[in-house]
Structures are given as structure tokens and as C-alpha cells.
Design a protein around this ligand. Structure first.
Ligand SMILES: Nc1ncnc2c1ncn2[C@@H]1O[C@H](COP(=O)(O)OP(=O)(O)OP(=O)(O)O)[C@@H](O)[C@H]1O
Length: 259
């Protein structure tokens, strides 16, 4: 279980640009829950993910995993249990290395470089099988440089790489936003399959309202650092686009964005 208790975060404290984003922000994610987060621009979605991963520090409050505080755990150590996929497909993979080398690197992310094992034939077959499951033909490109892949292929590989070691949490930061609609749908299906098969606790920030409805078991809408909608279980299942669209439209206008 992941818990955020009473998180405060203010940017640019003491300046003319002071921006109090989170005040006593609470969030509890039970194990295996797949949560979609939508919201207005600047509502704090990315900041929330950054605080959980440790790339940004909260001013006060506590983050706990299974009751243990992450206060003293730096970002790189949090990634032992967490995988993260970013909006830019280039972020999660290394373009000059082959698919095989990228996967091997991902699988050994918690080991030091001088202890890395070579990729033997058996491992190659395991990687090939894992890639076959994506249905993108990547299993025949193991020795191709990742820089040659399309954005969608690269994002699917980033997902595989983020979940190659046994993690508990998957953090998805608008990971389909840079893809064309058809490829985004494919990557979403792959995401769902991985989250469910591995029983991951997943937090997905998305600007795609349909994805927030079609996938996951909880939907949170954020505005100005607060959860203004939070539906789970049957309530979430029965949600219709119309019932979130009006609210989304209202907060988007309030934040100065058009839809
Ligand atoms: N490192 C930072 N320094 C100063 N202000 C920041 C920083 N990171 C975020 N902010 C501010 O915090 C607020 C929330 O930003 P955040 O990126 O979390 O919003 P978001 O909901 O992810 O927005 P979007 O949908 O546009 O990506 C914004 O006002 C932003 O300017």
C-alpha cells in the first residue's frame, strides 16, 4: 500500500511567485489498484508523481510504503520498487544501444556495472518471448538499435523495461501523450495487460479522458492541488464521459485553457 499523508508543497517560497500547491494532501493506494489521474493544467499531477518518486521533495508530510516512511530513501533507491514511464519515448530507453542491450540494462538496474552478466542464449530467448507478447514484431529486432524504432515501439519497450524486474509500483506520466491515437491505444492495451498480469499498483496521469474511464479501477480529477473527484470500484465502472466532461470543462476554463 502507498500512502501520502498530509503533504504540503509550496514553490518559490518567500518570492512574488510563491505558489502553494499542496496543502494537507492525502492519498492512499491499496496494493494492485490502477489509478488514473486527470485534471487541469498546473493542477499538480506531475508534481504528485515527482514527490512520490523522490525527484521533488515535499515540504512536510509523509509518504509511506506498507507503513514504512520514504523520508530517508533517495530517488534512485525508490526505483528499486518503482518503474516510471515518461511522456517522451526517448526518456526510458537508450537509442545507441540495441533492444537486447536495453533490456539487459533494465533487468540489471539494481546491480553495479562491474557485476553485470553477459546476455546468454537462454536470456535472449526469454527477452524474445517477452517482446512477442507485445504484438509489435520487436522480437525480430533484438539486435536493432533502439533509436531506429518508432515512438510507439519505443514506448512499449520502455514499459517492458520498467517492469522487467519485480517492481510493485508503476508510475505513468502521460506516457501515451506523444503518440498518434492508434499507437496510443495499442500502448494503453499493453499497459493494462502488464499492470494486471503483474498485479502492479499503478498511477497514470493522462490527458485522455476516455482512457481514464476505460482503464483502471479508480479515477481522480485534480484541480489546484486538490482531488475534486475520486471514484473507485462500481462507482468508477458506472461513470460516463458526460459526467466528468462538464467538470473537466469548468476547471479547464478556470485554469485558462481551452479544450
Ligand atoms: N520545479 C518547479 N518550480 C516551480 N514551480 C513548479 C515546479 N514544478 C511545478 N511547478 C508549478 O506547480 C504547479 C503544478 O505543476 P504540475 O506540472 O505538477 O501540473 P500538472 O497538473 O502536471 O500540469 P500539466 O497538465 O500542464 O502537465 C504549476 O503551477 C507549476 O508551475
Amino acid at each position: 500500500m502507498l500512502e501520502l499523508r498530509s503533504i504540503d508543497k509550496t514553490f518559490n517560497i518567500g518570492t512574488a511567485n510563491e505558489n502553494k500547491l499542496f496543502e494537507s494532501f492525502d492519498l492512499t493506494l491499496p496494493k494492485g489498484q490502477f489509478v488514473s489521474i486527470i485534471g487541469s493544467n498546473g493542477s499538480g499531477k506531475s508534481t504528485l508523481l515527482n514527490i512520490i518518486c523522490g525527484s521533488l521533495r515535499e515540504d512536510s508530510g509523509e509518504i509511506l510504503i506498507d507503513g514504512e516512511s520514504l523520508k530517508k530513501i533517495p530517488e534512485h533507491k525508490r526505483y528499486v520498487k518503482m518503474g516510471r514511464v515518461f511522456q517522451d519515448p526517448k526518456m526510458g530507453t537508450s537509442p545507441k544501444m540495441t533492444i537486447l542491450e536495453n533490456m539487459s540494462m533494465a533487468e540489471n538496474k539494481n546491480k553495479s556495472w562491474n557485476l553485470l552478466p553477459g546476455v546468454n542464449k537462454k536470456k535472449r530467448e526469454i527477452y524474445r518471448e517477452t517482446l512477442r507478447g507485445l504484438g509489435l514484431g520487436l522480437e525480430d529486432k533484438l539486435d536493432d538499435k533502439v533509436g531506429l524504432l518508432s515512438g510507439g515501439q519505443r514506448q512499449a519497450l520502455a514499459l517492458i523495461m520498467a517492469t522487467l524486474v519485480p517492481i510493485d509500483f508503476l508510475i505513468l506520466d502521460e506516457h501515451t501523450a506523444a503518440l498518434d491515437p492508434k499507437t496510443a491505444d495499442t500502448v494503453m492495451d499493453i499497459t493494462n495487460k502488464i499492470v494486471r498480469e503483474k498485479n502492479l499498483t499503478a498511477l497514470m496521469v493522462t490527458h485522455n479522458l476516455n482512457y481514464s474511464l476505460d482503464y483502471g479501477d479508480r479515477l481522480i480529477m485534480m484541480h489546484k492541488g486538490e482531488k475534486i473527484m475520486d471514484f473507485a470500484g462500481e462507482e468508477k465502472k458506472n461513470l460516463k464521459l458526460d459526467s466528468i466532461l462538464d467538470k473537466f470543462y469548468e476547471i479547464s476554463i478556470e485554469s485558462g485553457n481551452s479544450l
